[in-house]
Design a protein around this ligand. Structure first.
Ligand code: PSU
Ligand code: MN
Length: 303
């Protein structure tokens, strides 16, 4: 085991008993949602995974230790710190470890730590991707590169159209990352079930997802797999409403010269503010939905 890794009692016991485990990220807690909804949601997501028959492992960096499994107090702490805690992507881990600092893990770092801990399935809301205007800014999330090199299945609700979804799919194709639609032929766009872009393959059951992931491992590939699970119909947002909020958030971010790692948190926060919390409720529901599919798939992988 990596000398910087701590596996919680619950996750360690689950491993000893051979129980299915699902990893969860923590940037969604600190930077993805406002307090206290972020903490409530994180705890609800964990409980949803337990109810589905798997064990949750929320991942973060605390005092320079890579944590697979957080206590309720640690989740509360990250939620209260919000955007004051370091948003930790791949390039940030060495500094956090060396300086014994805290960090909330993005999709990329959650994949890294999950893999170190031997966890194969990870549920989240949305991944980072190729930003709109990336042809000049070169703003491409490290999440995509991580999917290309770390063997973890990421279950998400697609990507927000704060990103260029077409270019994000092109990038994933170049990197050999399979993009799977769960019960859909179309890439979901986070708040809405459709984006106008197709996925590589459609699957309709957790057993099929497990079969694909198993085959990828048996082929000896080093990369992961992206499962896109559409938001449940009753929580999907009106496309015109969400598109207008995203366009405004993007315009403000350009006007204010927001750059680098600040871009995604800025856009996420503005979209929530502009839609008056409706988008937050949708966000919570789609994460719970992804947690269930991830738990069912982890169970299938264990069989
Ligand atoms: N997109 C969302 N919600 C999120 C994120 C992205 O809809 O919470 C977070 C995730 O942690 C993701 C990170 O890994 O933002 C990507 O940041 P960046 O674009 O800076 O790589
Ligand atoms: Mn970026």
């Amino acid at each position: 085991m990596n000398k910087h890794l701590d596996i919680s009692y619950e996750v360690g016991s689950a491993q000893a008993m051979g129980l299915p485990i699902v990893a969860l990220e923590s940037t969604i807690i600190s930077h993805g949602m406002p307090y206290p909804k972020n903490v409530e949601t994180a705890l609800m997501v964990e409980q949803t995974i337990r109810d589905a028959g798997a064990i949750p492992a929320t991942i973060a960096v605390i005092g320079g230790r890579l944590k697979a499994g957080l206590t309720q107090e640690e989740i509360e702490y990250l939620g209260k710190m919000g955007r004051n805690v370091t948003k930790a992507s791949r390039r940030d881990l060495p500094a956090l470890v060396a300086w014994e600092a805290d960090g909330a893990t993005t999709v990329a770092t959650t994949m890294i730590i999950a893999h170190m801990a031997g966890i194969q399935v990870f549920a989240t809301g949305g991944i980072g991707g190729v930003h709109r205007g990336a042809e000049t800014t070169m703003d491409i999330s490290a999440d995509l590169e991580e999917l290309a090199q770390t063997p973890v299945m990421v279950v998400c609700a697609g990507a927000k159209s704060i990103l260029d979804l077409g270019l994000t799919l092109e990038y994933l194709e170049t990197k050999g990352v399979p993009v799977i639609g769960y019960g859909t032929d179309e890439l979901p766009a986070f708040y809405t079930r459709q984006s106008g872009f197709g996925v590589d393959y459609r699957v309709d059951s957790p057993a099929e997802l497990a079969g694909l992931f198993r085959a990828q491992r048996e082929l000896g590939y080093k990369g992961g797999m992206l499962v896109t699970n559409p938001i449940p119909e009753q929580y999907a947002m009106d496309k015109a409403v969400i598109d207008a909020a995203i366009e405004q958030a993007l315009a403000e971010s350009r006007a204010q010269g927001i750059k680098g790692k600040e871009t995604t948190p800025f856009l996420l926060a503005r979209v929530v503010e502009l839609t008056g919390g409706e988008s937050l409720e949708s966000n919570i529901q789609l994460v719970l939905n992804n947690a269930r599919v991830a738990a069912q798939t982890a169970i299938q992988l264990n069989i």
